[in-house]
Structures are given as structure tokens and as C-alpha cells.
Ligand binder design. Sequence first.
Ligand code: PLP
Length: 366
Amino acid sequence: MATAGFSLIPNANPTDARVREEILANPGFGRFFTDHMAHVRWTASDGWHNAEVRPYGPLTLDPAASVLHYAQEIFEGIKAYRHADGSVWSFRPEKNAARFRASARRLALPELDTETFIGSLKALVAQDIGWVPTPGSEADESSLYLRPFMIASEKFLGVRPSKEVDYYVIASPVASYFKGGIKPVSIWLSSTYNRAAPGGTGFAKCGGNYAASLAAQKEAEAHQCDQVAFLDAVENKWVEELGGMNLFFVFKDGRIVTPALTGTILEGVTRDSVLQLAKDAGLKPEERPISIDEWREGAASGEISEVFACGTAAVITPVGQLVGENERITCTAENGGEVGRSLRKQLLDIQYGRSEDTHGWLTRLA
Ligand SMILES: *Cc1c(COP(=O)(O)O)cnc(C)c1O
């Protein structure tokens, strides 16, 4: 059956149910994909049209398609959670839809309305509902990761906005981001690279930002670190975020600080939700600039009692150590990180339907 506005071309050779169950028992992260994908086409002359759910499979792109040359591309990341009664829900998808439009404006791509965005998630999940993992316990953080993206597909070697664009949603069953429990991550402080600059694309979720962060990530790995933290590009002084996660600093007096959104930071849905949950819990959230010296000194003195990173994929992850050329500072004690752990549980309990959704954050997909 097709969902409102989306026609259906069923996959004639869907994954065998037994193979699918094997995949769902151990999906890893982003390695396996479902049997279908959603697609909507846009042309300058006709606007958005041809909404469909069709078999998952390779795209046919002209070698001159402008996305391949000028990286006119944006994406989103959102999860579908199965609740105990079998229903499937997503978390604040209207925020992702709004961010997708903001990214589209920055990359000179056409904007997709919230209804079509959420409709595409519903249409795909309805068709591939058998791919949404059923968590066996509270510790089981498996879900169906949804990846909407938009590419410039016009055959044209010239630098101008594409007059042909394709929007797709693909889906991948995923397990908990961390195999074997949550481990504090070590963070490399890059002194070579910046992620974003004023007037640039830092606030947009575009592939180019990730491409540009890979060299810094390699540098982090060469120093045995898991992730890289970026400072602002103007003064190299203000903490911005990690390559794909926002940062929070918990002070022992109850303040919880995250860098203010200045156009160079990606506006995380998890970040926004953590700010609300922290307020609900009686903490004092602050969105303001925080300097690398405040981080260093606060962590060293114990004024900052824990640091964590957050994003849809890994939820909330404690930051164990900050590592630089000549420094290694413990940010979250070995068995510490109570605030992050508590916020993490609250977030997951809402997402999986185990506690009341008092903020109206859930949207039923199927
Ligand atoms: C996606 C992303 C985040 C996290 O956003 P969520 O909406 O919480 O998943 C943070 N930083 C960057 C650079 C990102 O791309």
C-alpha cells in the first residue's frame, strides 16, 4: 500500500525473511539497507513531483551530474523507534524537516515542505516495517536509521544551481552505536583544521562539511583519539563542536553549558532536546560562547565535572579526555558522568515510549 502522495513500485526480490532476521540480530551501523527507498524529483520547470517508494538499488547518474563535481548535496539523520506495542515512531522529525530546508537554502537547493519530508519517512517505513528492529530490552538501542538526502543531478559542467534535483530516503537497521556499552571517548583538539567559518556552511548538514573534516579525523586517529573537536576559525579560541556531534559542559554547581549557535555550529535536535530536559531536571542550561581555556581550566580544577557529546546516532557520549599536542586533560572521571547518563536515559525512554512524551516530541510513522 502506498502512503498519501507516494506511489509504490514494490521490490520484486525482497530480502529473504530469514536473512533479514539474521541482519536484524546483528545490524552494526549503516552496513545493511532495507528493500525500498523513497524518491521525489524536482525540476526548475515542474517543481517537486513523482513521489514514489521504489526498490532500493544503485542510482543512474550522468558523469556530468553537478553533485559529482560541485558537491551540491545535503542530508539528514533521524531514527525510527519501535515501541512495545509494535508501533513505530520518530523523534521531532519536524525539526529535521526545518533544518533540511535551512541546509537547502544555503546550498541553493530547492526546499522540501515538512509534509512531504515526513510523508517520505512514513511511506518508506510503512513499506519496510519488517526492518524496524524490536528491542529485546532497555539496553538494546536498536532502531531503523533513516537517511534523507538531496542531490543536484543535472548533466551540466558549470557552476550554478542545478535545475534538476533528486531527493531520496534510504533506511538502515542499526544497533547501539557502541558495541559493548558506552565508553568515554577521547577528543583530539585540532590546531591544524577548522570545521566552519562565519558565512560558510557550518550550520548546514551538507556532505562537504564531512569531507572537509576527514583529514582532521585522521589526525585525531594518528594521536589515538576517537574524535576531533573544532575551535572557531577566527580566533581559534571558542569551542564549537565535534565532527558530527554537539558538546555540553556540566559544571559542579548545576550549570550546563553548550556553545551558542552562531552560524558555525550545526543545530542538533539532540542538543535542543538536552537543553529542555536539563531545564526540566532543575539544571541551569546556558547557551553561550565557551573558550578552550575555560574547558581546560574547568576540567583541570574539577569545576567542570563532566563533558559529553550528543547527536542522533550515538545519543549522549561521555568525553573522557581532551588531548592536544602537549596536553591530556581528564574531562569525565572513569565512573563519572552521572548527568549525561541520566539525560541519556530520559531521552531514550521518551524515544522508545517507556516514559510519557510530555513535550509532544514523537510522531507516529507506522
Ligand atoms: C548531525 C550533526 C549533529 C547532531 O545533530 P542531531 O540532530 O542531534 O543528530 C551535530 N553536529 C554536526 C556537525 C552534525 O552534522
